[in-house]
Write a protein that binds this ligand. Structure first.
Ligand code: HEC
Ligand code: HEC
Length: 195
């Protein structure tokens, strides 16, 4: 009798936690994110950012910025209705996925590498590595850029310049507006090729 009560209690707990997880992060990913970012954050197209291996705290911040409308664009609609718990679980999930293979090197590799490691001393552009790290892996709130899609990186840099990326009107805006289109393309291709 006692034993069967324990069994019943254990089953009830199992059922409860199963229910607490529904709609679990896997379901949200599949239904609401995977069509663009992929099941494992590998991204379905060049213009959609890869989320796999991105830092958890950065992902939380960006999702909160979208939800609050601080960062504008199509993601605002996607983030609508996500609770703080959803955001925490999604960020944790994508951060834990292994980074997908990076892009191949291109002929702009050395130009991009120079910008990343040295900036452009002739036009007062700081080296990207100062903040994003020499291997471009970033840190908690500084995004990982290594292995990110080049087209996405290029568009973000353009949108910082045009103040269309609205959640960072200071740091990246000042840096991006000094980069020439060639430097932008080169650094984007270089970063995309990093492991
Ligand atoms: C219809 C396509 C689409 C869907 C669905 C979608 N996203 Fe996005 N997501 C994008 C695009 C496009 C961007 C780039 C936004 C920009 O350019 O400002 C983005 C950006 C992001 C970013 C910022 C990444 C970075 O490096 O700054 C995060 C985080 C994100 N999405 C998470 C999610 C999550 C979580 C879901 C599901 C709840 C989701 N997205 C659903 C298209 C989509
Ligand atoms: C002084 C520090 C600093 C330097 C130097 C810097 N960045 Fe950033 N960068 C940031 C911060 C902070 C963010 C995150 C903004 C946010 O919160 O959304 C960022 C975001 C970005 C993003 C958006 C990433 C994403 O996933 O959406 C790109 C792309 C980027 N930086 C590229 C560069 C490049 C290229 C350089 C060098 C030319 C550079 N950064 C130099 C601080 C810096």
């Amino acid at each position: 009798m006692v034993k069967s009560m324990w069994v019943a209690a254990a089953l009830a707990v199992a059922a409860l936690s199963a229910r607490a997880q529904a709609p679990g992060v896997a379901e949200t990913v599949t239904k609401r994110c995977a069509m663009c970012h992929g099941e494992k954050g590998e991204s379905m197209a060049e213009d959609f950012p890869r989320l796999a291996g991105q830092h958890e705290a950065y992902l939380v911040k960006e999702l909160q910025d979208f939800r609050a409308g601080r960062r504008e664009g199509p993601m605002v609609r996607m983030a609508k209705g996500l609770t703080d718990d959803d955001i925490a679980a999604l960020a944790k999930y994508y951060a834990a996925q292994p980074a997908p293979p990076s892009a191949a090197r291109t002929e702009l590799h050395d130009v991009g590498r120079f910008v990343h490691l040295r900036g452009n001393p002739y036009s007062q552009i700081p080296a990207c590595k100062v903040c994003h790290g020499e291997n471009a892996h970033g840190s908690a709130t500084l995004p990982r850029l290594a292995g990110q899609n080049a087209a996405y990186l290029e568009r973000q840099l353009r949108e910082f310049t045009q103040r269309k990326r609205t959640n960072d009107n200071e740091v990246m805006h000042v840096i991006a507006e000094r980069l020439t289109p060639l430097e932008v393309r080169a650094v984007a291709e270089y970063l995309a090729s990093l492991p």
